[in-house]
Design a protein around this ligand. Structure first.
Ligand SMILES: Cc1cc2nc3c(=O)[nH]c(=O)nc-3n(C[C@H](O)[C@H](O)[C@H](O)COP(=O)(O)OP(=O)(O)OC[C@H]3O[C@@H](n4cnc5c(N)ncnc54)[C@H](O)[C@@H]3O)c2cc1C
Length: 151
């Protein structure tokens, strides 16, 4: 994606965890289309540090239920209801657990945020706000490249 359009204000988001997901949700509704660059040092943008399957045990539960979680494109519960039952069961989530006050594994929260992040990037393209992902890109490396004039 081209984020170099000089007429568009450029916004950089450093780190694509849940805070970035909510910031992106707000930024793509800006009246003037923005060029948004997202720098994430990890492999899966959106997931966030405590919810990453590579860093956390599936046995650890989140302390926030769907009813308390601000929806991104859809609620956590709505998203879970779209997941094939065999996948959900593999995550230890039975059909009877599907309600808005249930506490799900932290890593499932990470899967939700990763999915919603992808949906927001697609939505940004639809709204003509450019959102460019840059995974496995620590901000320090990118910023020094930009300072050197090659970014
Ligand atoms: C062990 C633990 C358990 C938690 N459990 C809960 C819970 O159950 N419920 C709850 O509400 N909150 C919980 N929290 C709080 C949690 O920190 C927040 O809910 C959430 O992770 C905050 O999101 P964030 O995007 O601000 O930060 P993070 O999730 O930490 O995301 C930051 C992102 O920035 C990236 N990053 C960092 N440095 C750079 C860099 N230099 N360049 C590029 N990318 C970079 C990281 O890879 C990461 O993806 C928990 C925190 C911890 C530590």
């Amino acid at each position: 994606m081209n984020t170099n359009n000089p007429t568009r204000p450029r916004v950089a988001i450093i780190g694509a965890g849940p805070s970035a997901v909510y910031a992106l949700k707000r930024l793509i509704t800006s009246e003037a289309p923005l060029a948004i660059l997202i720098f994430e040092s990890g492999a899966r943008p959106g997931v966030g540090t405590p919810y990453d399957r590579q860093q956390n045990s599936p046995a650890m539960l989140s302390n926030i239920a769907s009813i308390e979680l601000p929806p991104v494109c859809e609620t956590l519960l709505d998203w879970l209801q779209r997941i094939p039952p065999e996948t959900r069961h593999g995550w230890g989530i039975g059909d009877a657990d599907l309600h808005e006050r249930h506490f799900f594994p932290r890593v499932v929260l990470g899967d939700y945020y990763a999915d919603q992040f992808g949906a927001l990037v697609n939505e940004a393209a639809r709204r003509a706000a450019t959102a460019s992902r840059c995974t496995r890109a620590p901000a320090s490396a990118i910023l020094s490249r930009m300072r050197a004039g090659s970014g």
